[in-house]
Design a protein around this ligand. Sequence first.
Ligand code: HEM
Length: 141
Amino acid sequence: MSQSYNRGLIEDFSRWREFEAGMWAWIFHKFTGWVLIGYLFTHIAVLSTAIPAAGAEQAVLAAEADIYTQTIVTLEELLLVRVLEVGLLAVAVFHMLNGTRLLLVDLGIGLESQDKSFYASLILTGAITVASVPTFIAGAF
Ligand code: HEM
C-alpha cells in the first residue's frame, strides 16, 4: 500500500528561518565540501599551466623570471587572492572540524551534544581564521 507525505512547497524558501543547528551543519558541510572540490580543480589548472617553467634555463630561473614563479608572484600581489586564501582556510578548517565531528557521531560518540559540538566547530573555525589573517595579508600592501 502506498503512502503520500506532505513535504511542503519546494518554493517555500522562507523555511530557512526555521532550520535548526543540524540543518545548518548539513548545508555548511555540503557547501564547504564542494568549494574544496572546486578549489582542487582550479589549483591543478593554474599550477599545471605554469609548469613550462620546469624547462626554463638556469639563468631565467635564477632571475626568478620563469613562468611558475611569475604566476605565483602575480597572484600573491592581488589583495583579492589573499582574501580568497583566508576564505579557503575557513572553508577547509570548518570541513575538517565538522567532518571529524560527523565521523565521531557516526561512531555514536557525542550523540547528546551534537548542537554544542557544531557550535564549537564554528567558533574554532572563526578563531583559527581570524588568527591566520596577519600571515595571509603579510606583504600584501
Ligand atoms: C580532514 C579532512 C576531511 C574530513 C574529516 C572530511 C569529512 C567528511 C565527511 C564525514 C563527509 C560526509 C558527511 C555526511 O555524512 O554527509 C564529507 C563529505 C564530503 N567531503 Fe569531506 N572531509 C575532509 C576533507 C575533504 C576534502 C579535502 C574535500 C575536497 C577536496 C572534501 C570534499 C567533500 C565532499 C564533496 C563531500 C560531500 C558533500 C555532500 O554531501 O554533497 N572533503 N567529508
